[in-house]
Every structure is written in structure tokens, then in C-alpha cells.
Design a protein around this ligand. Structure first.
Ligand code: AMP
Length: 409
């Protein structure tokens, strides 16, 4: 019986795996510099954590979450995003606030798979918890700019908006509903449904965009505090030469955002062009039972980063393949293999005893640059034959000279 991956999931291997690991290491270094500590939270959580924080009427919770009952009858969800888990962990472990936390983790959303959109995908997430200061929002852009540099993503741009505080949003929602109520008849069925439950999401609709061109802008409904916060952020961005445009439709698909929201997008990706997104979430800690604590963060999709990146793996280490002329020499060959791996050379060997010819074929197929041949003759002479697979040349090397031989080429 043959099995296939579940739709929307992927196997990451070979070069892609190497690049992903390289990016993780680079990102870790950058986040260390900015003083962030990494965290691993569980892959699944109480489903209510996401219902209460991400929001009951959001697409993520309403349509996309993988929810199941475990054997103890608990209703759990595979995490669709990282922020709620991080806040829960801060509270549960009494981690001192203010704090800066980052994570690499796989997320799960039952979305329609397409290029750059999967049902399991990897995010780098960054959360800065404890300050209302717009410098925190600004730091998110600084970090993203540095990440784009180290991930070698060139063609990117920022879109920014402000969602105001809870009161601003309430007023704005009413205003937007007034405006939309006159157009409701001509809007698509999805938007008709969203009208009652989550009218802000109508701004995201691709189908109705033209029909609601002159919608009221949320930034015109900000209270003095939120307006000043937004002005300061824009000033910091301008002063530091971080280019951005204001996108009044950017409301993001998650309930908890307050004030700043932003996305970083790529010109190279087609429909799924968001490399990352985030914003401020001043009310979330309280929603999940903690103290009233301001915070700001973002998450980046690593699959999309890899699609947009110009990074190429440096030349791989040369593979050294060890072969032996008779089964009796297999253990000796294996010892040599272990010895060479200790010298941090990249080695391989065939273990199911095959003819020399077939071992050489395997070495060739694996792209070995050198083959070390253990043979009876060479054993007697205290050394090995080495074949340079590109040049086709062979030479004899004394056992004790072997490590130096490889180090010097
Ligand atoms: P979000 O948590 O929705 O703000 O997403 C943050 C980032 O994660 C996005 O900008 C994408 O780069 C990435 N992302 C979100 N959903 C998916 C998905 N289904 N497949 C791949 N990447 C995703």
C-alpha cells in the first residue's frame, strides 16, 4: 500500500532543507543581537486559546483551524499562529515583562493550497511585550529590514495602517457598516455574511474592491492618542529611510490588533505576496487572563521567504566515498569512514556488500569527488588508492597521510 502526503503539506529536503536551516541560524543571530530569547511552545493548545485571542469570527478560527478531541476528551487545536501561545507561555511561566521573545515553528491552517500557501508552513515570529512606545513598533520594521538583508530578499516593500484602539474601532465599524449597508445588495455572498459578524473583513474582498472604492478610512477615526502614535511611527520610519505606503484596506485577518498593523510584501511572489505581517496587540494579554500589557510583533512565512530570496548555497563540501574490494574489508572501511567523519570531512560508504563496480557506480551517482579504495594490495602496502572522480586520476596514499591529503586539496 502506498501513501501520499496530506494535501497542502510538504516534504522539505535536500537544498531547500539546507537553506531553511541556514536562514534559521542567521535569523537566530540577528534576534540575539536585538536581545530576543527563543521559545518553543507546544504544537497543540486548548482550542479556546485561539477562539478567545485570534477571534471567533476570523477566517483562521472559523474556517481554517485543525481542531480535534484528544483521548482525554479535551478539544485541542494545532496552532494556526504563534502569538496566543507565546502570551499564554509568558503568563503560565511567570516570564518577566517587559520581554522580547522569538520563535521558529510550524503553523497549521486549512486553507486552499496554492503557490506560497500551504496547510502546514513555517514561521519566524517575533514578539516585544510590555511597552506602548511607538519605538517598539518601529523596531519591528528595523528587524524585518535586517532579516530581509540576511535572507537576501531584495524586492520587498512595507504597507502600514492603524486600526486605532478598541473604542476607535467600534466607532469605525459603525461608520463602515452605515456605508456598506447601502451597497450590501450588490456585494458577494461572503461579504454579505461578513457584514454582521466582521464588516472589516469586507475591505479585504478582491471581488467587491471596485464597488467599495470610496469606503471611509479608519485613520480618520483615530483618537488623539492613536493618531499621535501613528504619526510618531511614520516619523521614525521616514527618518530612518524605511520606505512604506499607507494601505487603508490593511486590517489583517486577526481580531486582536490595535493601532499599528503592517505587512511586508514581495514583488516576486504573485497572489500570495505577503512575506510577513504583524502589528500591535495591546489588549491581548488581558483577554487571555493576564495583566493589561501592551505588545507588538510580527510573523514571517519561511516558505515565501525562500521563494523570494536570491540566496544560493555556497559550494558544498566535497563528498569522499569509501569503497572496498572484498566483504572482509568492510569493517576496516567502516572504521576509516568513522575516522574521516571525525576530521569533519563529508563521507559516505555502501554497507550492503556489493561488487566494487557497483560501489563505484553508487559513488558516481552521489556525486563523490574522491573515492578511497581499500584493497588487499594497498592494505599490504599500508595505504589506500584514491581516485579523483573528475580527473579520473588514481594515486596511492599512505594511511597516515590521508587526512592531510584531503585537508590540503
Ligand atoms: P499571518 O499570521 O496570517 O499574519 O501570516 C504571517 C505570514 O505567514 C504571512 O505573511 C505569510 O508569509 C505566512 N503565511 C500565512 N499563511 C500561510 C500559509 N497558509 N502558507 C504559507 N505561508 C503562510
Amino acid at each position: 500500500m502506498k501513501f501520499q502526503r496530506i494535501k497542502g503539506t510538504r516534504d522539505i529536503y535536500g537544498k531547500e532543507y539546507e537553506i531553511l536551516m541556514e536562514f534559521y541560524q542567521r535569523a537566530k543571530k540577528t534576534m540575539d543581537k536585538f536581545g530576543y530569547s527563543f521559545i518553543i511552545t507546544p504544537t497543540f493548545e486548548d482550542v479556546n486559546l485561539f477562539i478567545h485571542s485570534t477571534g471567533e469570527t476570523t477566517d483562521i478560527v472559523e474556517k481554517e483551524m485543525y481542531v480535534f478531541e484528544d483521548k482525554g476528551g479535551r478539544k485541542v487545536a494545532l496552532r494556526p499562529e504563534g502569538t496566543p501561545s507565546v502570551l499564554r507561555a509568558i503568563l503560565e511561566n511567570d516570564i518577566e515583562i517587559p520581554c522580547k521573545v522569538a520563535y521558529f515553528a510550524n503553523m497549521f491552517r486549512h486553507e486552499k493550497p496554492q503557490k506560497g500557501r500551504f496547510r502546514e508552513f513555517y514561521q519566524l515570529g517575533v514578539e516585544y511585550i510590555g511597552y506602548i512606545d511607538p519605538l517598539v513598533d518601529f523596531e519591528m520594521f528595523l528587524i524585518i529590514r535586517e532579516l530581509m538583508d540576511i535572507f537576501e530578499v531584495k524586492n520587498y516593500y512595507f504597507e502600514v495602517n492603524s486600526m486605532g484602539c478598541i473604542d476607535d474601532r467600534k466607532r469605525y465599524k459603525e461608520e463602515l457598516k452605515n456605508y456598506l449597508s447601502e451597497k450590501l445588495e450588490v456585494l458577494c455572498n461572503d461579504c454579505k455574511r461578513r457584514f454582521q459578524r466582521n464588516p472589516l473583513r469586507i475591505l479585504d474582498c478582491k471581488i467587491d474592491a471596485e464597488k467599495i472604492k470610496d469606503f471611509p478610512r479608519i485613520t480618520e477615526f483615530l483618537c488623539d492618542g492613536c493618531a499621535e502614535h501613528f504619526e510618531k511611527l511614520k516619523m521614525y520610519l521616514n527618518k530612518n529611510n524605511i520606505k512604506f505606503s499607507i494601505n487603508p484596506k490593511l486590517v489583517r485577518g486577526i481580531d486582536y490588533y490595535t493601532k499599528t498593523v503592517f505587512e511586508v510584501k514581495s514583488g516576486r511572489l504573485g497572489a500570495q505576496d505577503a512575506l510577513g505581517g504583524g502589528g500591535r496587540y495591546d489588549g491581548l494579554m488581558k483577554i487571555i487572563g493576564g495583566p493589561d500589557t501592551p505588545a507588538c510583533g510580527f510573523a514571517m512565512g519561511m516558505e515565501r521567504i525562500m521563494l523570494a530570496s536570491e540566496y544560493k548555497l555556497p559550494y558544498e563540501k566535497d563528498l569522499i566515498f569509501i569503497v572496498y574490494t572484498s566483504p572482509e574489508l568492510k569493517e576496516k572501511a567502516y572504521n576509516l569512514y568513522l575516522f574521516l567523519t571525525k576530521e569533519t570531512l563529508k563521507c559516505d560508504i555502501v554497507l550492503d556488500t556489493k561488487s566494487l563496480k557497483s560501489q563505484m557506480r553508487r559513488a558516481n551517482k552521489k556525486g563523490a569527488k574522491y573515492v578511497v579504495i581499500l584493497g588487499e594490495e594497498e592494505e599490504k602496502m599500508g595505504g589506500y588508492k584514491i581516485k579523483d572522480m573528475e580527473k579520473g586520476e588514481e594515486k596511492f596514499i599512505k594511511k597516515e597521510n590521508l587526512p592531510d591529503y584531503f585537508k590540503n586539496i
